[in-house]
Design a protein around this ligand. Structure first.
Ligand code: ZN
Length: 311
């Protein structure tokens, strides 16, 4: 491929109660709920998308709320930690905010950078790091301003059963660069400005199980549909058999399982989240793909009502 993978497109998690999910990502982290739809493969559950003002690629955390379902176990074959990036200098603000919102956190360092680690209400491991790279967020909530707001993903820590194979895929096939090691961590970097720093934690050996509080998959960016087809063929040459292209309404998706057990997706940047709602309206009504519209009434009766916090 003449152009390498630029970074993360979105990360998709399985969580519990949808209101608790919305309250945390909107009211604590200050992200915007940019789309409220259902899981196209399981239309009785929501698929919620959180991101920046316009739902830009590399800012999108998505969730399948499985209210009352069993907890999963975070382990190999999963994204272990989802990393959000804020502007340089904003770490003290976030320590204060997390304290105020009664979200317990720990401070540490990795690759000589400050890391604030915490979990969401359903057990997902999250962290905040600060970097200059990447445009500042235009979305504000309560006292969160441009100078402190989450810009998007800093990256992710992958838990893989085969760090060598996963590392090889990231570098040889996807075009990331191996930039260093720090203790158990091996760092890879993509060219993009956000969602571009990928660490492998080589110390994790226990296999993860899918359930509430775990990441379902990580999606990487393709610039358009042709580029996605090129990636389909390219990973195929290395023995990764990706699925056929699936229409996710806001992007096209292909999926393949990598050798460390993680489910990788390659998602197109277009059309994005603005084709069926204006910037002002994003996330305010339940959006269904045309093939589920006939079942709207039934779906609306199944999914739990949610209120979007206004701050
Ligand atoms: Zn996805």
């Amino acid at each position: 491929m003449d152009k390498p993978i630029q970074g993360i497109h979105h990360i998709t998690a399985i969580v519990g109660n949808p209101q608790e999910n919305v309250d945390f990502y909107v009211d604590v982290l200050g992200l915007r709920l940019v789309k409220k739809t259902v899981n196209f493969d399981d239309p009785g559950t929501y698929h919620l998308y959180f991101g920046d003002k316009e739902g830009s690629p590399s800012t999108i955390m998505t969730t399948f709320p499985w209210d009352g379902a069993a907890k999963g176990r975070i382990g190999t074959g999963q994204v272990g930690v989802t990393s959000f990036v804020v502007p340089t200098g904003a770490i003290p603000f976030w320590e204060e905010r997390l304290t105020k919102k009664q979200c317990y956190f720990e401070k540490g360092t990795r690759f000589n950078q400050e890391v604030v680690s915490f979990t969401d209400p359903h057990g997902l491991k999250l962290e905040i790091v600060a970097r200059d790279q990447g445009p500042k967020s235009e979305w504000s909530y309560e006292e969160i301003t441009k100078d402190t707001a989450i810009k998007g993903f800093g990256g992710a820590i992958l838990y893989t059963s085969s760090p060598d194979k996963t590392g090889e895929l990231l570098t040889e096939v996807m075009g990331l660069e191996k930039v260093g090691t720090d203790g158990n961590f091996v760092r890879y970097q993509a060219e993009g400005e956000l969602g571009n720093v990928i660490d492998l934690d080589t110390s994790v050996t226990e296999v993860g199980t899918l359930g509430v509080g775990t990441i379902h998959h990580i999606a990487w960016r393709a610039e358009d549909e042709q580029n996605q087809l090129d990636w389909h063929a390219h990973v195929g040459k290395y023995g990764y058999r990706a699925t056929e292209v699936m229409d996710r309404q806001y992007f096209k998706a292909i999926y393949f399982r990598e050798q460390g057990g993680l489910l990788f997706e390659i998602a197109t940047d277009p059309p994005g989240f603005l084709w069926d709602e204006s910037v002002e309206e994003l996330g305010t009504s339940l959006k269904l793909p045309p093939w589920l519209e006939p079942a709207r009434e039934k779906i609306e009766n199944i999914v739990l009502p949610i209120t979007i916090p206004k701050g």
